[in-house]
Ligand binder design. Structure first.
Ligand code: CZF
Ligand code: MG
Length: 203
């Protein structure tokens, strides 16, 4: 059985990785399956550094191949914020609801053409005894003035995808998984991942 471990506790991310990998016959496990692994501190200054921290810490703990995902929203009118702080943007009150409210508040009065933004996803793949590799993917869009749709997670309800004319939370999971920052990053990991999984299958 092919299996991939993702170093995440985020249920929204976990679901997307499961959706993407299940169509290829790969089972996904996440930190929700390994509650004994301690929290990894995200002390990096870039998405890539944080993805590496998560992937390597969990790979060391389990002695297995592990993928780390560090991702977030970058709003041009906010000089790229919330960026790597996307999950903790509302400080002590951090959660998807409050983080999104904070972005909407900060963008009050900013006209549509200046509300451009992108989602960014860095993935790190850590394999015992090998150098860790990173890839990244983006998805361009713009921040709406209010929420639209209930699918997805995080900032999805306020992230408008121009090429499709709907918010990310109005897309089905299949639609999101074709164009998201996470999907775009994963495409770049495919070749590496396939060869690792082939080898694991034979051993
Ligand atoms: O609307 C969204 N659609 C997405 O597709 C998406 N991907 C990331 N994000 C935001 O960025 C933070 C990641 O921060 P993050 O990489 O540190 O993850 P996290 O702390 O939630 O979990 P973990 O993987 O670290 O355990 C998340 O919490 C979200 O707020 C997204 N928002
Ligand atoms: Mg995190």
């Amino acid at each position: 059985m092919k299996e991939v471990i993702i170093a995440t506790k985020n249920k929204g991310k976990a679901r997307e990785f499961e959706e993407i990998f299940s169509s290829r016959g790969i089972t996904v496990r996440t930190l929700l399956d390994f509650p004994e692994i301690p929290e990894v501190e995200e002390t990096g200054t870039t998405f890539e550094e944080n993805a590496i921290l998560k992937a390597e810490a969990v790979s060391r703990a389990l002695n297995k191949m592990v993928i780390g995902d560090d991702s977030g929203l970058m709003v041009d009118a906010l000089d790229g914020r919330p960026g790597i702080f996307s999950a903790r943007y509302a400080g002590e009150q951090k959660n998807d609801e409050n983080n999104t409210d904070k972005v909407l508040l900060e963008l009050q009065g900013v006209p549509e053409e200046k509300r451009t933004a992108r989602f960014y996803c860095a993935l790190a793949i850590a394999v015992p005894g090998q150098d860790t590799k990173t890839v990244s993917g983006t998805c361009e869009g713009r921040i709406l003035e209010e929420r639209r749709g209930t699918n997805g997670f995080g900032y999805d309800p306020v992230f408008f995808v121009p090429e499709i004319g709907r918010s990310m939370a109005e897309l089905s999971s299949d639609e999101k998984n074709k164009l998201s920052h996470r999907a775009n990053a994963l495409k770049k990991l495919d070749v590496v991942l396939d060869s690792i999984l082939e080898r694991a299958d034979k051993s």
